[in-house]
Write a protein that binds this ligand. Structure first.
Ligand code: GDP
Ligand code: MG
Length: 678
């Protein structure tokens, strides 16, 4: 029988690279945690031996939270490899050794492969290998899987290590848990369990996947009275041990007192108290520059965004004038005129006129992202969210939600448990996506004038606040689950590259234009028809309540009446706009564009549409309307992504019900409280 070795390590520590190097196979080398979820086996032929090598999934710990963790620990416990090659990414030594402390608790022979040593050299650092070997009690070899360095020595020492018996060791000896571990360990030894120390520690951590008899359960219950969070206590003890005994083996020849630029910047930008205000300030600044009426409140100096919006609006008005002029001279029918000018130009144009402004927001966000700041924002928010019992791992998908919900929902696949995944998916639409921005831009232009920047900023904050509140509620009543420790890497800051920025903006712009030319155009035409014909398909007076849409809107508007934005005369229009928002959020604006532009008004040059909106809504009812669109059901694209990712009709329906209820309550509160104040 050939020997069997398992490669274990954190995601992205280089397992697959080493696996390919050792086995010569061409397994895919990816960059995403979870790529190696399939079991991959290969054979190493060298040093006069044939060895089966298994590439385990990337894991941060041996707790049983994720499928990856379960696969890895079951393999180690049940398939009894002859040796574990524990790959450690030396550039993240402490985090990687956290897993090592758990692997050491098994009885399996272990060798530690310090990978990425080439990176370490670049940082003018090195590892005191002998010192680390002493501290860990297992062999340590420095390698670079990518540059094929040190792998021969690794395998030579691995083979001799595999032939020696080893029994588990834990860094938790001589801590306040010593007694408890001793009790559990001796008990498991007596019952003849395999890997008794590993199991003893797991039982104490509260791991339900390890069989515990009555005696063990009693021990654990006693401990629970003494420590309110055993798991956190254990994690903390591990990290303390690592920093005390292992970290000092990482030496650097760089001047310790000399902080790098990133470190200096992070002292302020990720400061415990200043971090969040600075983040909010950045966000406010972005909205000020794009939606603000006057630049820094200077009279007569418009903000860049306002200028761009004015320009776009002017161009679209010109286009409408040219087209209507042409149609008139060609003697076109009312019908054609209505469809082209009121329908298509009114609807699609309403969305397009806000696109330059929205591109500006994305430009600023890309600058923050490319410079490395967004990763800090995630870090700061994680610190905050954790206080509320939310998992920080959700933050990346949530952050992506500010762009578009669809990729964010797919990104939840990197999350740990199904519960976390579902919770995050429900919260994602609350991160105001790019498609919702035209709605704010419209009301900013129509109603909020001097306070536009603050209003848009407020909508984003409202979304985040609702997400946090919902998270707390759902966590308390629906997804009862403990928070999994989350560790994030912060890249160094660097100057944003213009090429990246332009590429990013171009991608977004392309997305908008394609959407405007397809789904929004089509929905606009459909809306125009439904708003101009009755059920017998007879043309009615433009946008009349007798039209099909008018009938539908009027039938269901009672639901929305308490929210304040259903006007007395043609209240069905805002209701219909909300419904079409499910097709695409931009369609809220294009629908309003169709319904509030009429043939009579089109002749009068200028912003009749925006003026009509200003006359129809009040600032408070507009806020309520925007909040409802922000918080209720996202667009169909997001819904279908959600349905396939939830993999459960029950949860999909729950999400929809939750969104609608939350949106209704929040809008109701905004309208009721707002009306009292103003
Ligand atoms: P896995 O997730 O543990 O399977 O990690 P991978 O093998 O996919 O490696 C993650 C990333 O680290 C890839 O981009 C590799 O090219 C890179 N990598 C792996 N080993 C080394 C190394 O020794 N040095 C450097 N600089 N990069 C490495
Ligand atoms: Mg891999």
């Amino acid at each position: 029988m050939p020997l069997k070795f398992a490669l274990a390590g954190n995601p992205n520590s280089g397992k697959t690279t080493l696996f390919n190097e050792l086995t010569g196979s061409t397994a895919h080398v990816g960059n995403w945690p979870g790529v190696t979820i399939d079991r991959r086996e290969g054979r190493y032929k060298g040093a006069g031996e044939e060895i089966d090598i298994v590439d385990l999934p990337g894991i941060y710990s041996l707790s049983p939270y994720t499928p990856e963790e379960l696969i890895a620990r079951n393999f180690i416990i049940e398939e009894k490899p002859d040796l574990i090659i524990n790959i450690v990414d030396v550039t993240n030594l402490e985090r990687n050794l956290y897993l090592t402390t758990q692997l050491l608790e098994t009885d399996c022979p272990i060798i530690v492969a310090l990978n990425m040593s080439d990176q370490l050299e670049k940082r003018k650092s090195y590892i005191d290998r002998a010192g680390l070997e002493m501290a860990l009690g297992v062999p340590v070899v420095g390698i670079s899987a990518l540059r094929s360095r040190g792998t021969d020595e690794l395998m030579k020492r691995a083979i001799s290590t595999a032939r020696k018996k080893r029994s588990g060791h834990t860094v938790l000896w001589h801590t306040q848990l010593d007694d408890a571990i001793t009790k559990a360990y001796t008990h498991l030894l007596e019952t003849g369990a395999s890997h008794p120390l590993f199991k003893a520690v797991k039982i104490i951590e509260g791991d339900i996947h390890v069989a515990a008899d009555d005696e063990m359960k009693r021990l654990r219950d006693d401990l629970k009275k003494e420590f309110d969070d055993l798991e956190a206590t254990v994690a903390d003890l591990r990290y303390k041990y690592i920093t005390k005994h292992f970290s000092r083996c990482l030496k650097t020849t760089q001047n310790q007192n000399e902080l790098s630029f990133s470190e200096k910047a992070d002292k302020i930008l990720t400061h415990k108290f200043l971090g969040i205000p600075i983040f909010l300030l950045f966000m406010y600044l972005i909205f000020h520059l794009t939606f603000g009426e006057n630049l820094f409140s200077i009279e007569g100096v418009p903000s860049p965004g306002k200028l761009m919006q004015g320009g776009a609006e002017y161009l679209i008005d010109q286009l409408a004038n040219i087209v209507s002029g042409l149609l008139e001279s060609a003697g076109a029918s009312d019908w054609t005129y209505g469809l082209l000018v009121d329908g298509i130009i009114g609807g699609v144009g309403a969305v397009l006129s806000f696109v330059p402004q929205i591109m500006l927001v994305f430009f600023f966000l890309s600058v923050l992202e490319d410079s490395g700041y967004i990763a800090r924002a995630a870090f700061i928010m994680d610190r905050l969210l954790r206080r509320f019992g939310l998992s920080g791992r959700s933050f990346m998908p949530l952050l992506m939600g500010f762009g578009c919900s669809v990729p964010s929902i797919l990104a939840t696949r990197t999350l740990e448990s199904d519960r976390d995944r579902r919770l995050t998916m429900i919260l994602i639409p609350y991160m105001s996506c790019g498609a919702k921005m035209p709605i704010y831009a419209l009301f900013a232009a129509a109603l909020f004038k001097q306070h536009s920047d603050f209003m848009v900023f407020g909508m984003y904050v409202l979304g985040i606040t609702t997400a946090v509140t919902s998270g707390i509620i759902l966590k308390k009543f629906v997804f009862k689950d403990s928070v999994i420790p989350f560790i994030m890497e912060l890249p160094d800051y660097h100057r944003p590259r213009l090429r990246n920025l332009l590429l990013h903006i171009w991608e977004k712009l392309k997305g908008y234009i394609i959407k405007a030319g397809t789904i929004i155009l089509i929905s606009t035409v459909v809306i125009w028809f439904l708003a101009n014909f009755d059920i017998t398909l007879k043309m009615v007076e433009q946008n009349s309540a007798d039209s099909i849409l008018g009938k539908i809107g009027n039938a269901i508007k009672f639901i929305f009446v308490p929210l304040g934005f259903v006007g007395k005369t043609d209240g069905w229009k805002s209701v219909v706009a909300i419904l079409t928002g499910i097709i695409a959020k931009e369609a809220v604006v294009s629908t309003l564009g169709v319904l509030y532009t009429s043939a009579a008004q089109a002749d009068i040059a200028g912003d009749t549409f925006i003026a009509t909106i200003a006359a129809t809504f009040t600032p408070v009812s507009a806020l309520s309307f925007m909040a409802f669109n922000l918080l209720s059901i996202p667009c169909v694209a997001a819904l279908s992504a959600l349905t396939s990712e939830m993999k459960s009709t029950k949860w999909t329906l729950f999400s929809i019900a939750f969104w609608v209820t939350m949106a209704w309550i929040v809008s109701f509160l905004i309208y009721t409280i707002g009306s009292l104040l103003i």
